[in-house]
Design a protein around this ligand. Structure first.
Ligand SMILES: Cc1cc2nc3c(=O)[nH]c(=O)nc-3n(C[C@H](O)[C@H](O)[C@H](O)COP(=O)(O)OP(=O)(O)OC[C@H]3O[C@@H](n4cnc5c(N)ncnc54)[C@H](O)[C@@H]3O)c2cc1C
Length: 565
């Protein structure tokens, strides 16, 4: 028999349950179809951001496995405990079975109807309705609704139907296990803390976590699926080696282990006919750390908000409003910046510097990033500024050199940094590596310095005009190679690049070659075309971090002027 309702939701995870709660609260007849049992234990670390507690309210005691006030960060050589400020609620570790059931209960109390062991096997769009085919143990039936919410997680049916398959750079691959530990022992060793390990030799551009529950340690590892593919990483083996080398973990009994996927690139379109994609189904998770529970609830809430307006008015613009909200609030404020922060946690030297630093902003950076309480756009700005100061003041080699200078854009135009001293030789490094995707010839490599198609060749011409002949356009890796072969006593390094890369270059070069004299870092994006501007740090021509051609021209002639004195 055919049933009808206002809204069908596929999937009873946090995205589906939250959407169900809000639709039901708004008075709409809401059916949630879940293919597994409702209390299934989803593959997940169960770490709940502070922001979720702030926004959606506290969780009941029976759902809380452990309250977290301390974040312990480990780099290859250092360790750092970061405490949440007293005025901030604690983060929470949960078991997903219990936690998801709690959210489902709230939605059921509001009037939503849950059907478990009911798998959606097909979706058909009709003129005024959407029909889903549902398969249960007993039968296959059809349910009709005016609106469909796809909250079916990483394997989203609608994403598949609309050919929105994602590639391996859009997924985090993760593997995790549970290790048994008595509550007393867990309390003694972990108390109110969770732990993260960053070490690119174990897991490039990813991390290992230890999230203690009451009497279980949830230990997992994850990084981009493309990394796993390209670098042939076996996550299960990497995790097992980590555990075997850990003095405490190696003694704990393994109860189970499993791998999973986290889609971490928001879909270009979150609306498909009369369907909204929420949570993992829409690729709505952090590309930096893979946390998606909060974003699942957030997107579920707003899907219900705009979906309810659509149901009341029948105007499809409201569905488009949902997508705009997700792009402007989540992509523009968080996810776009997450990708840019990867180098800080993915580079062993940078993460060592960060974790070992006494800089006052470092704790704030970690708190802001891992509690989700501050837009990541702001967190990114903080880490860029902080890292530049750390490199300038805490790098032991730079520290020895009193004359070191860091010049942020745009004050570099004065070139006071030279303090009237004529350098022997200058090495001008223009890093273009983050823009390989923009190569007009479509074949970027670290050997393509001379390619005239590249907008950077304009800069090179300029450098030559000013007799600044020692220049290199490079990724930081090939820069090192270049120096290995050509290091004949440069005493000035001028690195012009995206600030993250410039920092790294300066750090590596100073460490390795102990260059004497000044290191000048111009933190900014080299922007020579309209396309570059849109990819620059602030995505705007007016961004202070854009080094455009007029600025570059002025800069290079200033340098030439000073060096010619
Ligand atoms: C190893 C790992 C560790 C993680 N750790 C964390 C963490 O600590 N903190 C954090 O914030 N995030 C974490 N995440 C991410 C987090 O689990 C997801 O982002 C989150 O669960 C997304 O919620 P969702 O409701 O969108 O999807 P899900 O929780 O995946 O729920 C989707 C539901 O849809 C159901 N379903 C699928 N297809 C159908 C169908 N055809 N018919 C009916 N039902 C269907 C599924 O059975 C499932 O119950 C982790 C992920 C992994 C893989």
């Amino acid at each position: 028999m055919e049933k009808t309702c206002d809204v069908i939701i596929i999937g009873a995870g946090p995205a589906g349950a939250q959407a169900a709660y809000n639709f039901a609260k708004n008075g709409f007849e809401t059916i949630i179809l879940e293919k597994q049992s409702l209390n299934r234990e989803k593959i997940c670390g169960g770490g709940i951001f502070v922001q979720e507690i702030v926004e959606f309210g506290p969780l009941p005691d029976q759902v809380i496995e452990r309250s977290i006030r301390t974040l312990r960060f480990n780099s290859p050589h250092y360790s750092r405990n970061v405490h949440l400020p007293d005025n901030m609620p604690a983060g929470v570790i949960v078991k997903r079975g219990l936690y998801d059931c709690y959210l489902q209960e709230q939605a059921a109390k509001a009037g939503a109807r849950f059907c478990e062991l009911a798998s959606v096997i097909d979706i058909n769009y009709r003129k005024n309705a959407v029909e889903v085919q549902v398969s249960t143990k007993e039968k296959t039936s059809t349910i009709k609704a005016r609106l469909l919410i796809d909250a079916s997680g990483w394997s989203s049916l609608v994403a598949k139907k609309s050919n929105r398959a994602m590639n391996p750079t859009d997924y985090i691959a993760a593997y995790k296990c549970w290790l048994e530990m008595s509550q007393a022992s867990t309390n003694e060793h972990y108390g109110d803390s969770i732990e993260f390990f960053f070490n690119s030799e174990i897991i490039p551009d990813g991390y290992i976590w230890i999230f203690p529950k009451r009497d279980i340690l949830d230990v997992g590892i994850g990084c981009l699926a493309s990394n796993v593919q390209q670098k042939k990483i076996n996550l299960k083996t990497a995790l097992s080696t980590f555990i075997q080398n850990h003095p405490l973990l190696k003694k704990a009994a393994l109860t189970h282990s499993q791998g999973g996927w986290i889609p971490c690139r928001i879909h270009p379109s979150l609306v498909y006919d009369r369907t909204l994609l929420v949570g993992d189904a829409g690729g709505i998770s952090s590309p930096l750390h893979g946390g998606g529970i909060y974003y699942a609830r957030y997107s579920g809430k707003w899907a219900a908000h705009y979906g309810s307006q659509y149901l009341l008015t029948n105007q499809k613009e409201h569905l488009a409003d949902y997508e705009s909200k997700m792009i402007s609030e989540l992509y523009e404020k968080d996810f776009k910046w997450d990708e840019r922060m990867r180098p800080f946690l993915g580079d062993n030297e940078l993460v060592d510097l960060l974790v070992n630093s006494r800089h006052k902003n470092v704790d704030r950076f970690f708190v802001d990033l891992f509690t989700g309480t501050v837009p990541h756009k702001k967190v990114y700005k903080l880490i860029i500024e902080t890292m530049q100061e750390i490199i300038a003041t805490e790098n032991p080699i730079i520290q020895k050199d009193d004359k070191r200078t860091y010049i942020p854009v745009p004050s570099h135009l004065t070139i006071d940094a030279f303090h009237g001293i004529k350098p022997k030789r200058i090495l001008l490094a223009i890093s273009y590596c983050l823009k390989s995707n923009l190569c007009p010839a479509g074949k970027f490599s670290d050997k393509c310095i001379q390619c005239k198609l590249c907008p950077v060749s304009e800069l090179i011409d300029l450098a030559q005009q000013h007799s600044l002949t020692h220049y290199i356009v490079t990724t930081s890796g090939s820069f090192m190679n270049y120096l290995d072969h050509n290091h004949t006593g440069f005493d000035r390094l001028l690195a012009i690049s995206c600030s993250t890369v410039a920092n790294k270059i300066a750090l590596l070069v100073n460490r390795k070659y102990r260059l004497e004299g000044y290191t000048i870092i111009l933190g900014g994006d080299v922007c020579t075309t309209e396309k570059d501007y849109s990819h620059s740090e602030n995505g705007s021509k007016h961004s202070q971090t854009c080094l455009d051609m007029p600025i570059m021209t002025e800069l290079l002639s200033d340098i030439a002027h000073v060096t010619a004195k």
